[in-house]
Design a protein around this ligand. Structure first.
Ligand SMILES: Nc1ncnc2c1ncn2[C@@H]1O[C@H](COP(=O)(O)OP(=O)(O)OP(=O)(O)O)[C@@H](O)[C@H]1O
Length: 276
C-alpha cells in the first residue's frame, strides 16, 4: 500500500527553486533512504511532507488522500517527523517530552491517561533511552536528545515516520541501533522515510533509495540499482568503488580521496608515532 505519494511538488524561497517538481512514493512496510549532497533539498522535502512548509505547486497524499483535505490533527496522527536539529528549549524531563507525542491521540482539553504513559515509557525503552526518563531534556547530550525525539515520534504511533538525519550526533553503536530500529519499524508495517548521509548504511538498511540533487530526484529504486559509482560521481563529485557486501549482497562503498588532498597525494599511509 502506498502510504505517501508526492506528485510534481515544487517549493521556492525568495524566488529560488529549492524543490523542483519532485515525484516520489513510499510504501507501507518499507524503509526508504533519502540521500543527496548538502543543500540538495532533503530537509525541505521532509518539511513539505510534514506540512511544516507548504508547496507552491504539486500535491502530497497520505494513503491516497490529499493532505490539504486532512485536518491538522489527522495529519499528526498519520505522520511524525523527527527533526535534524534537536530543540533545546523544552524545559521538561525526557519522559514528558515523549508523552507530547501522544497529543494527537488525546481528546482536546483531555490529559494523558495510563495507556498514554505506558506507550511513552515503552517508546523510550525502544530507543534504549529508558535511563534518561527523569533527566531534563535540555541537559541531555545531542545524541541522547536525538533518541528521545525519536521516542516522541514513536509514541505518536504514526503510519508514516519521517526522520531527518536520525543518526546525526550518534556514536556508531547508537547509529546501528537507530537504523535497526527503523528497519524493525518498517518490518512491522510502518512506512519510514529517513534522510541519511552514510550511503553504505543507507544501502545496508533501506529497501529503496531516493537520490536528490538540486531539488530534483535523480534516481530512485533498490540500493544496488541507485548507489552506483557513476551516480555517486555525478551527484557528489566523488570517485568511489562500489563492491558487493560479502554477507548480504548490498553495495559497500569505498570513497577515493579528493584529488589534490594531502592523503591523495601521499605515497601511502602516514606513520604517526607517539610517546618517546
Ligand atoms: N528557511 C530557509 N530560507 C532560505 N533558504 C533555505 C531555507 N531552508 C532551506 N533553504 C535552502 O534550501 C536548500 C535546501 O536545503 P535543505 O536543508 O533542504 O537541504 P538538505 O539536503 O537537507 O541539506 P543538508 O544535507 O545540508 O542537511 C539550501 O540551499 C538551503 O540553503
Amino acid at each position: 500500500m502506498t502510504v505517501l505519494r508526492a506528485s510534481a511538488v515544487s517549493f521556492a524561497h525568495n524566488g529560488r527553486m529549492i524543490i523542483d517538481g519532485i515525484d516520489c512514493s513510499v510504501e507501507a512496510g518499507s524503509l526508504t533512504a533519502l540521500v543527496g549532497p548538502n543543500g540538495a533539498g532533503k530537509s525541505t522535502l521532509l518539511h513539505l511532507i510534514a506540512a511544516v512548509e507548504v508547496p507552491q505547486s504539486g500535491a502530497i497524499a497520505f494513503g491516497g488522500t490529499d493532505t490539504r483535505a486532512l485536518r491538522r490533527r489527522d495529519r499528526a496522527r498519520y505522520s511524525a517527523l523527527v527533526e535534524q536539529q534537536a530543540e533545546t528549549d523544552l524545559d521538561l524531563v525526557a519522559a514528558d517530552v515523549v508523552l507530547l507525542g501522544r497529543t494527537p491521540h488525546i481528546p482536546l482539553l483531555g490529559s494523558p491517561g495510563a495507556h498514554d504513559t505506558e506507550i511513552a515509557r515503552a517508546a523510550l525503552e525502544r530507543v534504549d533511552a529508558g535511563a534518561f526518563a527523569d533527566r531534563r531534556f535540555h541537559e541531555l547530550s545531542g545524541g541522547e536528545r536525538q533518541r528521545v525525539l525519536l521516542a516522541r515520534a514513536l509514541a505518536q504511533e504514526p503510519t508514516l515516520l519521517l526522520a531527518d538525519e536520525p543518526t546525526n550526533h550518534l556514536d556508531i553503536r547508537a547509529q546501528l541501533h537507530t537504523l535497526s530500529l527503523l528497519r524493525a519499524l518498517a518490518d512491522s508495517g510502518i512506512a519510514v522515510l529517513a534522510a541519511l548521509h552514510d550511503l553504505t548504511l543507507a544501502a545496508r538498511y533501506a529497501d529503496q533509495v531516493i537520490v536528490v540533487a538540486e531539488g530534483r530526484v535523480v534516481a530512485s529504486g533498490a540500493p544496488s540499482e541507485t548507489l552506483t559509482a557513476e551516480l555517486i560521481e555525478l551527484v557528489y563529485g566523488v570517485r568511489a568503488d562500489v563492491v558487493t557486501h560479502p554477507v548480504d549482497g548490498t553495495p559497500l562503498i569505498a570513497f577515493s580521496p579528493l584529488e589534490g588532498s594531502a592523503r591523495a597525494d601521499s605515497a601511502g599511509p602516514q606513520v604517526v608515532t607517539t610517546g618517546p
